[in-house]
Design a protein around this ligand. Structure first.
Ligand SMILES: NC(=O)c1ccc[n+]([C@@H]2O[C@H](COP(=O)([O-])OP(=O)(O)OC[C@H]3O[C@@H](n4cnc5c(N)ncnc54)[C@H](OP(=O)(O)O)[C@@H]3O)[C@@H](O)[C@H]2O)c1
Length: 277
């Protein structure tokens, strides 16, 4: 890992569910100005090799370079995969983690990722021995220079609390689906805030469709001449989140990035945060 490294960006372009157009959409997102890309070595939902093709095309066109990019991928347990595995399922979890990351680096045409996440813990509750083994293996990859920062995804408060009881190192990131009905994941966000963990929120639009039509969002959208999705992305940032967008539309890419220019009044932020409950 050579450096200098990209700063943690204020938006991540999500590459799930894009199949064949993954390469073209990733390149388009980079051309639009995204410098953070989220993927996973999980063919069931992500075409990680396609992400790498899109990035390579952007390099060739002089759009960006490796040191400007923040690349994030994930290790996914067998249970979260289909038959197309990026590792030997008979190998130990530690070996699976190493094989998965090695394959991600190949897909992405790089010798390090900026962030490596555990896609989801093994069980609905708690932090299992399997999770502990995987986390240890992820730390080993990080210490060897193949990942800069580590994180966990799809976690509840109970996972994080248990994790922190048995591990001596907090993750740098938590990446969760963020529901307004759950106070925008307020328990997990508070846990993260208190420990300096950066919370990454996904499905900010798709998990909260009714919120996009609510006057606490549509009124400021009208006032500031922006769209409701732009209000949600600006809001998410103002409460300390790093948002993801998975848009497949060039105009939406530009609008999503433009939400960085929007500063909502504190009162609007407070109302959106308390929209439910
Ligand atoms: N860790 C995990 O388990 C996990 C799970 C799910 C997702 N993720 C990550 O999160 C990323 C994003 O997923 P997501 O669920 O947030 O998004 P998504 O499902 O990819 O969809 C975003 C939706 O919002 C729409 N949209 C985006 N910007 C818009 C705008 N400005 N105006 C109107 N509509 C807009 C998109 O429509 P258009 O395409 O028409 O713009 C699309 O329907 C994924 O690609 C993946 O990288 C991670």
């Amino acid at each position: 890992m050579a450096g200098p490294f990209a700063p943690i960006p204020d938006f991540l372009y999500g590459t799930a569910w894009k199949k064949d157009p993954t390469a073209a959409l990733t390149e388009q997102a980079l051309r639009c100005g995204f410098r953070g890309v989220d993927t996973a070595n999980q063919l069931r939902h992500y075409n990680e090799a396609g992400v790498g093709e899109g990035i390579a095309a952007a390099y060739r066109a002089g759009v960006t370079s490796r040191s400007e990019l923040f690349l994030q991928t994930k290790f996914t347990y067998v249970q979260g995969q289909d038959h197309r595995l990026p590792y030997d399922p008979a190998a130990s979890l530690s070996v699976q983690v190493a094989q998965s990351l090695a394959s991600s680096l190949e897909h992405l045409g790089t010798d390090y990722v900026d962030s490596f996440l555990l896609h989801g813990p093994a069980m609905r509750q708690g932090w299992s021995y399997d999770d502990a083994e995987v986390w240890q293996a992820m730390r080993k990859e990080r210490d060897a220079g193949r990942a800069r920062l580590l994180g966990v995804s799809n976690v509840g408060l109970h996972h994080l609390q248990r994790m922190m009881e048995v591990q001596d190192e907090a993750p740098a990131f938590v990446q969760n689906r963020c529901f307004a009905v759950a106070g925008w994941d307020c328990d997990v966000r508070q846990f993260c805030r208190e420990r300096g963990i950066l919370y990454q929120g996904f499905s900010l639009l798709t998990a909260n469709l009714e919120v996009l039509q609510h006057p606490v969002v549509t009124d400021p959208a009208e006032q500031f001449k922006v769209t409701p999705p732009q209000v949600i992305f600006a809001f998410s940032r103002q409460i300390g989140m790093l948002p993801l967008t998975g848009t497949t539309n060039g105009e939406h890419m530009r609008q999503d990035l433009a939400s960085r220019e929007l500063a909502l009044p504190a009162e609007v932020v407070r109302k959106i945060e308390k929209i439910v409950g």
